[in-house]
Design a protein around this ligand. Structure first.
Ligand code: PLP
Length: 389
C-alpha cells in the first residue's frame, strides 16, 4: 500500500499496530495503560528542581512526569507512534487541531518571525485564525508558484493543506518546499493521513493533524498533533507547558488505538469514495465531482484518493443535506460512518464570502466524508437525497 522509506524497519501497517508500545512488555501489560495522575510523588526537591527546569526548556527528562501538564506517559506513547508513522523525529500532542496550530504560530511569533505565508483554501478555522491575526501573526495569501516571492525577512512559516478542504485540490509539496527555501513548510495532513502521503518525505518540515478526524477515526475523541524534528518539538513542548493546551490521557489512549486500524480504514474508505466519485460524475444531477487523482487531474503525491470527496449539485445543495437518511448531516470528517455537509454554510462560514468564492468554495458544493458502510447503501442514500435538490 505504501512505499517503505528509510527509517522504517517494518511495513507501515506493522508500525501502525506496534509503534509506541515498546515499554508494554516490560510493564507486563498488553494494552497501553491510561495514566490519569495529575501529579506524581517528588521526594527529592533538589533533583526535581533540575528536572522542572529541563521540562520547561522543552526536554523530556527520564523519570517521573512530575505534573501532567509537563508530561503524560499515555500521551507520550501516542506521540511516539505518530512520529513513526509520519517518519518524523518527534511528535507533540495537543487538545485539538486548533491548539496544535496555535502552538506552531506562537513558536513563529516567539522566534521573532510573525509573518506567515499560506495557500488557500484551508480549513475554515485555520483560515480565520490566520486572517484575524489574533496571535500576533501577519498573513500573506499566495498561490503555489507565488509563495517564494511572498516570503519576507520575518516569515516564520509557510502553511498549506493538501488535499485542500473542501475542494480536494492537491499541491505539489516538493515544488512548494523548494520555493520555501529556509522557511519551515507546515503541511496540514489531516485529510490525506500518513497512509496516503507523508509530507516530510516530500520536503516539508512540520506536519499537523486534527487527530479528531481520521487518526481517532470514530468521531469520539478530540485532539491535535504536530510531527517535526526534535528542535521544533522542544519549542512546542515549551509552549504547551506554558499555555496548557494538553491532550488528555484518555483521548491519547483512543488516538493511539485508532492508529492501529488507520491503514485498513483509510484503504477501505478510499475504495468506496473512489467508486462514489465515479457514480456521482455520471449522474446528470451532479455538475462537478472533486476527488484527488480523478481525471483530468493526476495524483501528485497521494498514493490513493482518500476518503473525502466533494461535488457540486445542480439545484439546491442544502436540500440534499436535509434529505439523507443513512449518511449523517454533520461537520467533521474521518469517522467510520459517513458525514455530509454544506461548506459554504458550515465549515467555511467563517471565511469571507469573496475569499470563499475565489478559492472555489461555492454554494452548490457538498463535502462527503466516506465511512465504512457498504458502497451500494451509500449510493442508494445519495440517489434518493439528490431527488430532493
Ligand atoms: C478539523 C480540522 C482542523 C481543526 O481541528 P480541531 O481538532 O477541530 O481543532 C484543522 N485542519 C483540518 C484540515 C481539519 O479538518
Amino acid at each position: 500500500m505504501i512505499v517503505h522509506t528509510v527509517g522504517m524497519t517494518h511495513s507501515f501497517a506493522t508500525h501502525a499496530v506496534h509503534a509506541g508500545r515498546d515499554d508494554l512488555a516490560e510493564l507486563g501489560v498488553h494494552a497501553p495503560p491510561i495514566d490519569l495522575s495529575t501529579t506524581y510523588p517528588a521526594v527529592d526537591s533538589h533533583t526535581e528542581a533540575d528536572r522542572i527546569s529541563r521540562f520547561a526548556a522543552g526536554q523530556q527528562p527520564p523519570g517521573s512526569p512530575l505534573y501532567s501538564r509537563l508530561h503524560n506517559p499515555t500521551v507520550g506513547r501516542f506521540e511516539s507512534a505518530l512520529a513513526t508513522l509520519e517518519n518524523a523525529e518527534a511528535a507533540v500532542g495537543f487538545a485539538s487541531g486548533m491548539a496544535a496550530l496555535t502552538a506552531c504560530l506562537l513558536a513563529a511569533v516567539a522566534a521573532g518571525k510573525p509573518h506567515v505565508v499560506a495557500v488557500r483554501p484551508l480549513y475554515g478555522g485555520s483560515d480565520h485564525l490566520l486572517n484575524c491575526g489574533l496571535l500576533g501573526t501577519r498573513i500573506s495569501w499566495a498561490e503555489p508558484g507565488r509563495v517564494g516571492e511572498a516570503i519576507e525577512a520575518d516569515t516564520g512559516l509557510v502553511l498549506v493543506e493538501t488535499p485542500a478542504n473542501p475542494t480536494l485540490t492537491e499541491v505539489d509539496l516538493a515544488a512548494l518546499a523548494a520555493e520555501c527555501g529556509e522557511v519551515p513548510l507546515l503541511v496540514d495532513n489531516t485529510i490525506a493521513t500518513p497512509v496516503t502521503q507523508r509530507p516530510l518525505d516530500h520536503g516539508a518540515s512540520i506536519v499537523l493533524h486534527s487527530a479528531t478526524k481520521f487518526l481517532g477515526g470514530h468521531g469520539d475523541v478530540m485532539g491535535g498533533v504536530v510531527a517535526c524534528d526534535e528542535a521544533f518539538a522542544a519549542r512546542l513542548r515549551q509552549i504547551r507547558i506554558a499555555t496548557g493546551g494538553v491532550l488528555d490521557p484518555f483521548g491519547a489512549y483512543l488516538l493511539h488505538r485508532g492508529l492501529a486500524t488507520l491503514p485498513v480504514r483509510v484503504a477501505a474508505q478510499s475504495r468506496t469514495a473512489a467508486e462514489l466519485a465515479d457514480r456521482l460524475a455520471e449522474d446528470p444531477r451532479v455538475a462537478v465531482v472533486h476527488y484527488p487523482g480523478r481525471a483530468p487531474r493526476r495524483p501528485v503525491q497521494m498514493e490513493s484518493g482518500g476518503a473525502l470527496l466533494s461535488f457540486e449539485v445542480v439545484g439546491d445543495a442544502t436540500r440534499v443535506v436535509s434529505a439523507v437518511q443513512l449518511i449523517t448531516p454533520a461537520v467533521s470528517l474521518g469517522s467510520v460512518d459517513s458525514l455530509i455537509q454544506h461548506p459554504a454554510s458550515l465549515t467555511h462560514r467563517i471565511v469571507d464570502e469573496a475569499d470563499r468564492q475565489s478559492c472555489g468554495v461555492n454554494t452548490a458544493m457538498l463535502r462527503l466524508s466516506v465511512g465504512l458502510e457498504g458502497v451500494d447503501d451509500l449510493w442508494a442514500d445519495l440517489d434518493q437525497a439528490l431527488k430532493a435538490a
